[in-house]
Design a protein. Structure first.
Ligand code: SF4
Length: 347
């Protein structure tokens, strides 16, 4: 057994055990766990510095999850865009494969709360064969995302099985892996895994850090190992109320990511998922945060703010308003310092 597997074998999945470890009341934990499973690995749990800090809020169950009646389990209609079990085809040239329902820990804000940790939702070998044939038939698909759950909870040979098959399809140019392990279980990034991934280059790897407290020596080592093996690293952050809805927190996170060779890619408005409403941040607040970032740190440290529109409307970028007036060719801008500038455009 590898070290990362030993670690997850000690995960906290039981409300009573978690309550003992955190010196908290078990009643609420057990109540939430009946609807949404608990799963926290010892490494991620060790990052908690105090009760209700940013790490706690992301992984420790909150009774609000089961008290909320608003929101849907699948607001993005992923199931409706799934022509084959385990494959989501929302955009013409991209598909997402749901290759694992396991994660190194279950995030309380997860968009796929309805699926992660549930036995019956795993992509089976027979489903993958169908998915593979589907991708081969649809020549417009050039980009495949291995997602879940977390694909890196699979063993190396299983991941390689998927990569090997996908690389046989001529029209597949880009393979992406979405994994939170560099952040929540960096021990999963082993030399053997990196050597294997390198064989299927180019691999684009999107990880998921939400707070600077998640940047540690272990996560830095994991990201550097991936980068050293030619894996292109990006990060998707979810804007979460009480966790990171603050430009100072995000600036420190994004600048820290650049130092680990991870480019901040997307900053998401949280999806309207049932059981996660206590994490929601308004669009107005998100735009204010973006204004406080743009121009106040290097452009590379500023991800795109994205809202994934309900009912399958798709990922849509949001930007603070910089053009405040236009008359013919004449524009009036408000710059990042709130100063007014005039600009005459070409004919
Ligand atoms: S790692 Fe990703 S898929 Fe898994 S629970 Fe967290 S957000 Fe959801």
């Amino acid at each position: 057994m590898e070290y990362w597997q030993e670690l997850i074998s000690k995960n906290f999945i039981d409300g009573a055990r978690l309550a003992r470890r955190l010196r908290a009341d078990k009643k609420d934990f057990c109540k939430v766990a009946k609807e949404y499973p608990i799963n926290i690995n010892p490494y991620y749990l060790s990052l908690i510095r105090e009760k209700h800090d940013a790490i706690w809020k992301q992984c420790v169950p909150n009774i609000l999850e089961v008290r909320q009646t608003t929101g849907r389990l699948d607001p993005l209609l992923e199931e409706a865009y799934s022509p084959i079990e385990g494959l989501i085809h929302r955009y013409d040239d991209r598909v997402l494969l749901y290759v694992s329902n396991m994660c190194a820990g279950y995030c309380r804000f997860c968009t796929r709360k309805r699926k992660v940790g549930r036995e019956e939702k795993v992509l089976k070998e027979s489903d993958f064969i169908k998915a593979f044939r589907y991708i081969a038939r649809h020549k417009a698909i050039r980009d495949v995302i291995l997602s879940g759950g977390d694909p890196l909870l699979l063993e190396d040979d299983k991941i390689e099985y998927y990569l090997k098959h996908l690389r046989k399809i001529k029209h597949i140019e880009v393979i992406r892996i979405d994994s939170r392990t560099p952040c929540v279980l960096p021990q999963r990034i082993t030399p053997a895994l990196c050597r294997m991934l390198k064989k299927y280059s180019p691999i684009y790897f999107n990880t998921h850090f939400n707070h600077f407290q998640e940047i540690t020596d272990a996560s830095t080592k994991a990201c550097n190992m991936l980068a050293d093996n030619g894996i292109v690293l990006g990060n998707q952050t979810v804007l979460l109320a009480g966790v990171n809805d603050d430009s100072h927190v995000l600036k420190r996170l994004f600048e820290g990511l650049l130092m680990m060779r991870v480019r901040p890619y997307y900053l998401y408005i949280p999806d309207a998922v049932k059981g996660t409403y206590h994490f929601r941040v308004s669009i107005a607040r998100a735009l204010r945060i973006m204004r406080e970032l743009i121009g106040h740190t290097s452009g590379m440290a500023v991800p795109r703010l994205i809202i994934d529109l309900k009912r399958g409307g798709g990922k849509t970028p949001l930007l603070p308003k910089y053009i405040i007036k236009r008359k013919g060719r004449r524009y009036v801008f408000r710059n990042f310092e709130n100063r007014i500038f005039y600009y005459a455009d070409i004919e």
